[in-house]
Write a protein that binds this ligand. Structure first.
Ligand code: EPU
Length: 339
């Protein structure tokens, strides 16, 4: 186990932003993870736990303490007596490789979540979701290490208090590190095609789409909407879609009758922020120096080259104030903005 010094975080985040981590190490096992946490405690170093940095905006000043990248690997698939399959992956495994494996093995459940950057361990933290599926729909258990005492716990979905891009782990940061995730999958065809983009894609399809058809469709749709990470820095959707009361929605509809909205629990509706940014705020494709509201999906903020965290935060504040001014809605970041 190597602890490196002064490691630039811009090389470890998909936004390509962030100053140096005073110390940086990769934990390849639970034991290494616990040893590193103990080391940080002994030396009084602030701790930052990361995957592959695809949902964070790291500060330009860097991180004064120890950054641990969770690199715990391993995948296991086991057939269960009830006909389902339990797929367990170490937190450091690449998410999309796991999805690809499951698709090629004929296991249903993860295909709509194709193409999402990042690691397996990050998925339960913000209850990753796309194209009509959220990770909470397939999670069986989440294995964690407790930072306080190094104990291992296995949480079932109700323990995780999943919500829209939310979980217990997000609500109580600094308590647990996810070390592995187990998902319950199925060999029986169970396509989830209600999300508009997928419905459109398969509207002339006569037979039930295969797992590979769905994965291919999702990858194709994503490539149209999201910037190529090889060319641009980004962390995907920068803000959450706001959830407002039905009363507030009715008021909003008086001015913007076409605003897309989706039921989000009793008396609440989720509003499409991309639509508000596009049609109401006219922000789609707007640039401030090296920061852009992506031309094809304005909810995505892009570092077109050389942006700092300060630039991105200033742009995000500008976007949030436009939305507030035009709609009265206070939007919240979806990306983990570190300070
Ligand atoms: N829209 C526009 N103009 C645009 C783009 C979109 O008006 O330029 C409107 C359309 O009405 C469209 C609607 O916005 O139907 C929704 O757009 P999209 O399907 O792209 O989804 P989203 O709500 O903007 C969410 C997630 C994404 C996820 C997609 C697909 C959040 C914050 N974002 O985006 O997740 O991939 O749905 O399921 O919930 C992420 O979390 O980082 C992320 C990328």
């Amino acid at each position: 186990m190597v602890i490196e010094e002064n490691v630039p975080l811009n090389n470890h985040t998909t936004f390509r932003v962030g100053g140096p981590a005073r110390f940086f190490a990769v934990a390849r096992s639970r034991e290494e993870l616990w040893a590193l946490i103990t080391h940080a405690k002994d030396k009084n170093l602030p701790l930052l736990i990361m995957g592959t940095g695809s949902n964070i905006l790291a500060p330009d000043e860097g991180w004064k303490g120890l950054v641990i990248e969770v690199g715990i690997m391993g995948k296991q698939f086991s057939d269960q007596p009830d006909g389902t399959i339990l797929a367990t992956a170490g937190a450091g495994e690449n998410w999309d490789s796991l999805v690809a494996d499951c698709v090629s093995k004929g296991f249903w459940g993860l295909e709509n979540l194709s193409g999402i950057p990042g690691t397996v361990g990050a998925t339960p933290i913000q209850n990753v979701g796309a194209y009509g599926v959220e990770i909470k729909d397939v999670i069986d258990t989440v294995e964690v290490l407790e930072i306080k005492n190094g104990e291992t716990h296995s949480f079932i979905p109700t323990d995780c208090r999943f919500g829209y891009r939310d979980s217990f782990f997000k609500q109580e940061p600094g308590r647990y590190v996810v070390t592995a995730v187990t998902m319950r999958l199925s060999r029986n065809a169970a396509p989830t095609l209600h999300y508009r983009d997928l419905r459109e894609h398969f509207k002339n399809h006569k037979e039930t789409p295969s797992l590979l058809d769905i994965r291919t469709a999702v990858l194709e749709i994503r490539s149209r909407k999201f910037p190529d990470l090889r060319k641009f820095g980004t962390a995907g959707s920068f803000f959450k879609n706001p959830i407002i009361t039905t009363t507030h929605l009715a008021k909003l509809q008086e001015r913007f009758p076409d605003v897309p909205h989706f039921p989000a629990g009793e008396g609440r509706e989720k509003i499409s922020l991309a639509w508000l940014l596009d049609r109401v705020c006219n922000l789609k494709g707007v640039t401030h120096g090296p920061v852009e509201s992506f031309k094809r999906q304005p909810l995505v903020i892009v570092n077109t080259g050389g942006a700092t965290a300060k630039d991105i935060r200033a742009f995000a504040d500008f976007v949030a104030s436009c939305v507030k001014e035009k709609t009265g809605i206070a939007i919240e970041p979806e990306v983990n903005v570190l300070s």
